[in-house]
Write a protein that binds this ligand. Sequence first.
Ligand SMILES: Nc1ncnc2c1ncn2[C@@H]1O[C@H](COP(=O)(O)OP(=O)(O)OP(=O)(O)O)[C@@H](O)[C@H]1O
Ligand SMILES: [Mg+2]
Length: 259
Amino acid sequence: MPLICFASPKGGVGKTTLAANVACELERAGKEVVALDVDPQNALRLPLGVPLGERLAFTALLQARPDWRRCLRATPSGVGLLAHGPCDLAASIALAAALGAEPELLAGPLRDMLAQPGLYVVADTMPGPSPQLSVMLSLADLVVTVLLVDAGSVSLIPAVESGASYGGTVPARLVYVLNQYDPRTRLGPLIANAVARQLGTRLLGRVYRDEHVAEALAAQKPVADYAPASKAAQDLAHLTVAIVAWLQAASPKAGGVLA
Ligand SMILES: Nc1ncnc2c1ncn2[C@@H]1O[C@H](COP(=O)(O)OP(=O)(O)OP(=O)(O)O)[C@@H](O)[C@H]1O
Ligand SMILES: [Mg+2]
C-alpha cells in the first residue's frame, strides 16, 4: 500500500501526465512503485518510456484473471508498470460490463497489490464515472482530482464533491490539483485563488502550463529527467511531497510504513 488514484470529471486535463510523473518522483525518492493503467487509452506507458511497439497488458486481460505479478514490467523510468493493453471499442465495452457485474476482477488483484508492504500503487483512470473508477475509488487511500484552471473545470467541483461526477461515490480522502496554471493570464490567478479559498488544504497545489511537459512526453521521459530545472518539474516534485504528506497524515501508522 497505498493506492493513489488520479481522476477527473473531464478529459484531457493531465491525469496521465501527473500520474506518471508523480510515480517517477516517488521512485526517485526510493519508494517501490507500480503504475497501474485502467484507462483503455493505454497511455500511461508513454511517459514511462515504454517503446510504442511493445505489447504490454494487464487491465485489458482482467476477464482472464491474470496474475498481476506476471504482467508487471520494468520501464526505463524505473517505475513498474501494469499497462492497460490495447483494447478496441467492443473489448472496452465488454470489459466495462464484466467489471460492472464482477468488480472483484479488478478489486481482487488490487487488494493483493496493496497488501505488499511498502509498495506504492499510482493509478491512471479514464475521465468521468466507469466501473473501473468505482473499484479504484473503493480502495484508494487518496483520490487526486485533476482540474484545469478554467471556469468549465472548476464549475464541476460541486459535482465531484457530491459524488455525481464519479458515479455516486464520494471518496473518503479527496484532494485536488490545478493543472496548466499560467499566472500571466487574466483568469489564471483569479480562478486559482478562488479554488484555494474554497478547498483549503485539499488543494494540493498547481502545476504550471509548461511546454517542457509536452516535450518530455514526446521524448518519453519524466519531466524531472527531461527538464529538471523547469517550473513544471518543481511543481510535480512539490505535488508528490504534498501527496506523501497527506498519506502520512491519514495513516494510522503515521511515520511508519509510509515514511
Ligand atoms: N502542465 C502542463 N503543461 C503543458 N502541457 C501539459 C501539462 N499537463 C498536461 N499537458 C499536456 O496536455 C495533454 C493532455 O494531458 P494528459 O494526456 O495527461 O491528460 P488526461 O487527463 O490524461 O487526458 P484523458 O482524459 O484523455 O486521459 C498532453 O499533451 C500533455 O502533454
Ligand atoms: Mg489520460
